[in-house]
Design a protein around this ligand. Structure first.
Ligand SMILES: Nc1ncnc2c1ncn2[C@@H]1O[C@H](COP(=O)(O)OP(=O)(O)OP(=O)(O)O)[C@@H](O)[C@H]1O
Length: 406
């Protein structure tokens, strides 16, 4: 079970996910005057992340829960791949669809490993395979299996519990993952890390992921496509984030994304698009003199101490290193880090939260690959604002041209 089931698709990418098709989907709750979802048609391509956004009560969660039939549709059909699952046994259906909810939804008296292995156990998978799969998934979501397998959820942070929730949802290797406001109950910095983990996981597994969020910025960051709904599950726009920002389809969308649409473009700029500074790394126990020599040769005034997996633990200055004969084992819990998939906004947030003028950049598994300074980010933002101003004056000119010719 450690290998992923996968179907090659066009474009050279191997996708393990399956498409989702909703046809004429309706939900009329009993006793309600209007249907919560009036008649929804939607095609979600295999391997995409699609984010549902819209004002409270527009039918996001109802729609999501109809996909795994936690809520039964009043009318319409649901297809996963070519399978019509509208009348399939709902328990069987839910075993093939991962589901993550806001607060993790872990069984509190079960260890992490027991929580992650819950569905494979029901499916009769053998113990050794479950253990291997659990280790693989914990590592994938950024938790060291040795440290966390036997922990109880109450002895973990909200963000860590949510990582276990994602590992559990992936345990039976489902082609589809549904997530209902999965990151809304954690602090902003943890949320950014969880979002980046999800992007890295998706990069590795290529599932089809549907995520409900009330945060448009989160939707644009995570979604290959964003579905903007208004009351009654009405589709206002379903498109790539760039397209929504550039061409809001309706006045509703324009109002929903707000007047900060130009600034919202900044949330589309990723750390990976900006050149990083190189860093010098050191291991715990290395002679400080050697590390200092290496750093000086590279023109650095500080180094990053990393663990065996290259994940950063601290970033002492050369002066600090000088005080001990060997590099000491200290874990700086406030170390600012961002992933390559993080937005420039995320990068600024992480620097501000740590009161630092820079942040470390990590790869999909959390290993440090460079550093980004506030000056570099500000340069990029300044450039983008200047471009945006040029664009808006172009638009203004074309409007006035149009007025002259009419
Ligand atoms: N079990 C229910 N019985 C009756 N009405 C319901 C039920 N669940 C939801 N509704 C109603 O259906 C509509 C859509 O609700 P839904 O929870 O899908 O919206 P949402 O967009 O996810 O909202 P939020 O962002 O607030 O979570 C709302 O008017 C809600 O009051």
């Amino acid at each position: 079970m450690t290998s992923e089931t996968s179907t090659p698709v066009s474009g050279g990418r191997t996708v393990a996910g399956e498409s989702i098709r909703l046809e004429g989907l309706v939900k009329q709750y009993r006793g309600q005057p209007q249907p919560a979802v009036k008649k929804l048609d939607l095609q979600i391509d295999a391997g995409d992340i699609v984010a549902f956004v819209g004002p409270s009560g527009c039918g996001k969660t109802t729609t999501l829960k109809m996909i795994n039939r936690l809520i039964e549709p009043s009318a319409g059909r649901i297809y996963i791949g070519d399978r019509d699952v509208t009348t399939e046994n709902p328990d069987k259906l839910r075993q093939s669809i991962g589901y993550v909810i806001q607060s993790g939804g872990l069984f509190p008296h079960w260890s992490v490993a027991k929580n992650v292995g819950a569905i494979p156990r029901v499916l009769g998978t053998d113990k050794k395979k479950i253990a291997e799969r659990t280790d693989y998934l914990l590592d994938l979501v950024g938790l060291d299996p040795e440290e966390y397998s036997s922990r109880l959820p109450k002895d973990m942070s909200g963000g860590q519990q949510q990582r276990v929730g994602v590992a559990r949802a992936l345990a039976a290797d489902p082609p589809v993952l549904l997530m209902d406001e999965p990151f809304s109950a954690v602090d902003p910095i943890t949320r950014v890390r969880l979002q980046d983990s999800l992007i890295a996981i998706q990069h590795e597994l290529a599932k089809t992921i549907v995520i409900v969020t009330h945060d448009f910025e989160e939707a644009t960051k995570l979604g290959d496509k964003v579905l903007i709904l208004s009351e009654g599950g009405h589709v206002e726009q379903y498109a790539a984030p760039e397209e929504i920002l550039a061409n809001p389809a309706t006045p509703f969308v324009e109002e929903f994304i707000g007047s900060g649409a130009t600034l919202a473009h900044l949330t589309l700029s990723r750390v990976k698009d900006v050149e990083h500074n190189a860093v010098v790394t050191a291991r715990v126990g290395e002679p400080s003199g050697e590390v200092i020599g290496r750093a000086k040769a590279a023109g650095q005034t500080w180094v990053v101490v990393v663990d065996d997996n290259g994940r950063p633990r601290s970033w002492p200055s050369l002066d600090e290193l000088q005080t001990k004969p060997q590099v000491s084992d200290y874990l700086d819990r406030r170390l600012p880090t961002v992933a390559q998939s993080s937005t420039l906004n995320d990068a600024l947030d992480s620097m501000l939260a740590a009161s630092q003028g820079g942040t470390l950049v990590t790869d999909g598994r959390g290993a440090v690959i460079g550093a980004l300074t506030v000056a570099r980010v500000m340069d990029v933002i300044r450039g983008q604002l200047a471009d945006a101003r040029d664009d808006s004056s172009d638009t203004y000119e074309s409007h006035t041209d149009g007025a002259k010719s009419s």
